[in-house]
Ligand binder design. Structure first.
Ligand code: BDP
Length: 637
């Protein structure tokens, strides 16, 4: 109960600070003539608070002195989940506070130059985090998967100067109000469980990896600095239009200048002022991979801010900009006014050893595999992915459905006001972070919530309309597995996204039923809502190397047969209103232990080590065939 209460208290406190923080931007830290970035990821030290209430670290103020002086510490890589790094099952399954610490040197000139702002930024940590610098608390944050930061200039200048001890406490306890939700259950039957024994229950199908999952950075800006940039793009004939809004902090009278350059460095438009519209003649649009011979065209928008004070430095930030539009009709998803068909994958941030820790080799390998198989899109199931992944998608033309961590909302108590307020805040954080990515074409506010429960109607109405108010340029959806007749949120979404597992969870072994059931599914949903539909998940587990003919469940042949049966229906319905298919899943991934999982979920078409199963070759053939048809269609215009 201690862990749960502490978590709840922290959640409430953090919710308030997040509400305030949202007035500020969350630009990805990049270097520029006015900005420096110092990556302080790498080897940190680590201590799990194994005290029964998990509260010893706070009672003994472990942040006040070097962590190694408080008790035994171990090495811990950052970024990485801590769970699979040791041989200790207690660390793998740990619930509660863990403590990270690293000593770093801050360049002397950063400290000496009073006009420099020094920011500490964590790409993400799961789930609640508290940050101290030299023993002084600088911020806290609720929620994994999204970045948070603190201006630490003052603390550094007041405390010991160049040496900087960063302490981060992270707690993975989930409550009914967190995203995703979870509960702590104390086992009180003393004949079966020792005193104080508890487990964490969740309703989602992936391992609740925890720790510092993305890079930790120190970066600088001038005092008068670019806090946020918002761009929205459209075009008419050969003229591209980029409307921009720059917010500046630290100066009330800064002069803003914006310059847009083409890939060859040529300046194509410029403007003065913090708001405006840039006109680009002979525009090169941002096209998805396989939809155009020159996909993923990115302009580069340089924003510079000159503070008027005498010592004011110029701040410069460069943002990649893709010019494209997204629209939805009752039967189509249009990118740049051309029909776009999602032939893609659902992913997870998940790999051996590092868990959900960001890892460049993995990211690049996954993009290579997606392009190899002819995938043009993926969904960030079931939470926001690292910004570096979205940047890759921008550069390669891979289209993204960007999902928030609203997964496993099954308990009616998770539809209350506190949950909704937090969910809205998370959408604000997500949109603030990802709004400028051309690859992001739709927001997904949840996965498979209990959308038939009475409060779901109000909950999703609010959630979808709030998301639209944050960004009117993209459609909004949530992913449903509910029955079309009972789903209470569907009236509010722009695109219906349906998950189904015919011949797996229903009628196991009966692939001959897929055609009938899938046709019924599509006709029912379309008949009721007249909105385009994406099959946002379908698939079957295949233990790699397991074979049987005729196919049996868990073999590679069975996975292939399920896919083929789904594809037959997709091929009919994509002539009508089905606008996409996303396989579940790109790769095998870890889950909690259960009798329906064999060392994780095996619905990947690649293994967890990214080797193809038979299904990968089947999809590859299909996706390239569809892509070739699209190019053919394009050539007809
Ligand atoms: C779907 C969930 C997904 C699961 C999948 C499965 O959205 O997270 O992993 O089922 O059971 O319903 O494989």
């Amino acid at each position: 109960i201690g862990a749960e209460r502490a978590a709840e208290r922290l959640l409430l406190a953090a919710l308030c600070s997040v509400c305030q923080a949202l007035q500020d931007g969350m630009l990805f830290p990049t270097e520029s003539p006015s900005r420096e970035v110092k990556d302080v990821s790498g080897l940190w030290i680590f201590r799990a608070d194994e005290s029964p209430e998990r509260s010893r670290g706070f009672e003994q103020q472990w942040y006040k002195s070097p962590l190694a002086e408080t008790g035994p510490v171990i090495d811990m890589p950052v970024p990485s989940s801590y769970n699979d790094i040791t041989q200790d099952a207690q660390i793998r399954d740990f619930i509660g506070w863990v403590w990270y610490e690293k000593d770093v040197w801050v360049p002397a000139r950063w400290i000496q130059d009073r006009g420099t702002r020094i920011v500490l930024r964590v790409g993400s940590a799961h789930y609640y985090s508290v940050l101290w610098v030299n023993g002084v608390k600088v911020t806290e944050h609720v929620g994994g998967h999204l970045p948070f930061e603190a201006d630490i200039s003052g603390v550094l200048r007041q405390t010991s100067g160049n040496q900087c001890r960063i302490t981060i406490a992270v707690n993975n306890t989930l409550t009914l109000e967190t995203l995703p939700p979870g509960t702590i259950q104390y086992m009180t039957d003393r004949s079966r469980y020792p005193a104080g024994y508890f487990v964490q229950n969740t309703n989602f199908d992936f391992f609740n990896y925890a720790g510092i999952h993305r890079p930790v950075l120190l970066y600088t800006t001038p005092k008068a600095h670019i806090d946020d940039i918002t761009v929205e793009t459209t075009f008419s004939d050969n003229i591209g239009l980029v409307s921009f809004n720059v917010s500046v902090l630290g100066s009330s009278k800064a002069a803003v200048k914006v310059t847009l350059s083409a890939q060859d460095g040529r300046c194509v438009a410029s403007a003065d002022g913090s708001r405006g519209v840039l006109k680009v003649t002979d525009v090169n649009l941002w096209w998805p991979y396989l939809m155009h011979e020159n996909p993923a065209y990115l302009y580069s928008m340089e924003v510079s801010v000159q503070a008027t004070a005498e010592d004011g430095q110029t701040d410069v930030y460069t943002l990649p900009v893709g010019i494209r539009t997204v629209k939805v009709t009752s039967t189509q998803f249009l990118i740049n006014n051309k029909p776009f068909y999602f032939h893609g994958v659902n992913k997870h941030e998940d790999a051996d050893i590092r868990g959900k820790g960001f890892d460049w080799p993995l990211v690049v390998k996954d993009f290579n595999l997606m392009k190899w198989m002819g995938a043009n899109s993926f969904r960030t199931s079931h939470y926001p992915y690292a910004e570096e992944i979205l940047q890759m998608a921008d550069r390669h033309g891979i289209v993204i459905i960007d999902e928030c961590p609203g997964v496993g909302i099954k308990d009616i108590r998770s539809f209350g006001n506190v949950s909704l307020a937090h969910h809205l805040t998370v959408m604000e954080e997500l949109v603030r972070r990802d709004k400028n990515h051309p690859s992001v074409v739709m927001w997904s506010v949840a996965n498979e919530p209990a959308s038939e429960m009475p409060p779901a109607g109000f909950y999703f109405k609010e959630l979808v309309s709030h998301t639209r108010s944050l960004d009117s340029s993209r459609p909004v959806t949530y992913i449903t597995a509910s029955n079309y007749a009972r789903d209470l949120g569907a009236p509010y979404v722009d695109v219906i996204c349906v998950n189904s597992y015919f011949s797996w969870y229903q009628d196991p072994g009966h692939t001959e039923l897929i055609g009938l059931q899938l046709n019924t599914q599509f006709d029912n949903w379309y008949g009721k809502y007249q909105k385009p539909i994406i099959q946002s998940e379908y698939g079957a587990d295949a233990v790699p190397g397991l074979h049987s003919d005729p196919p049996m469940m868990f073999t590679e042949e069975y996975q292939k047969t399920v896919l083929q049966n789904y594809h037959n229906v997709f091929d009919q319905k994509r002539k009508e209103f089905v606008i996409g298919e996303l396989i579940w899943n790109f790769a095998d991934f870890m889950t909690s232990q259960s009798i329906i999982r064999v060392v994780g979920n095996k619905k990947g078409i690649f293994t967890r080590q990214r080797q193809p199963k038979a299904g990968a070759f089947l999809l590859r053939e299909r996706y390239w065939r569809i892509a070739n048809e699209t190019v053919h269609v394009l050539n007809c215009f």
